[in-house]
Design a protein around this ligand. Sequence first.
Ligand code: ZN
Ligand code: ZN
Ligand code: ZN
Length: 172
Amino acid sequence: MDERIALLPPGMQRRITISGEHWMWTGGVTHGYGRYDGNRKSSSFIAHRAVWEELGFPPAEHLHHRCRTPLCVNPDHLEPLTAAEHAREHNPRPTHCIHGHEFTPENTYLRKDATQGQMCRRCLADRQLKRYYSLSLDERRARGLAGSEQRRQRKARTKAGIEMDGRVGKRR
Ligand SMILES: [Zn+2]
Ligand SMILES: [Zn+2]
Ligand SMILES: [Zn+2]
């Protein structure tokens, strides 16, 4: 028996049965997880969280069961994760987009928000092209010209800046 179990309050110990590597909670159950009401110290009445905190680990908002056994309270089988990591654990990313393009590192665009959702770069480019060609010729010309005109001016400014700096630097 793991000596850490002896460190737990008796009310907790009584509700744990060792099963192979798992510490199975045999007390009450709520939403599939062990329920422990007797602990005043823990920030949670969910058994695996209460055991985790009772053993001195810092409270974690997302405490994932690496062993995929929700009633297990063995801290070695638990892992604190960020919300995004936890969501990913339970909903692994697809390997291909809905149009069948593989999510290779080059073809994957990760959203900058907290979801860190992945998007297919090829489909993003396709959508951009489609949007472009759905515009009338005038709209396209207006936007296209506006876009390239801005780019041209920016490039000209940058170039001028570099050349000026370069000359100053080179000559004396
Ligand atoms: Zn386990
Ligand atoms: Zn989990
Ligand atoms: Zn795609």
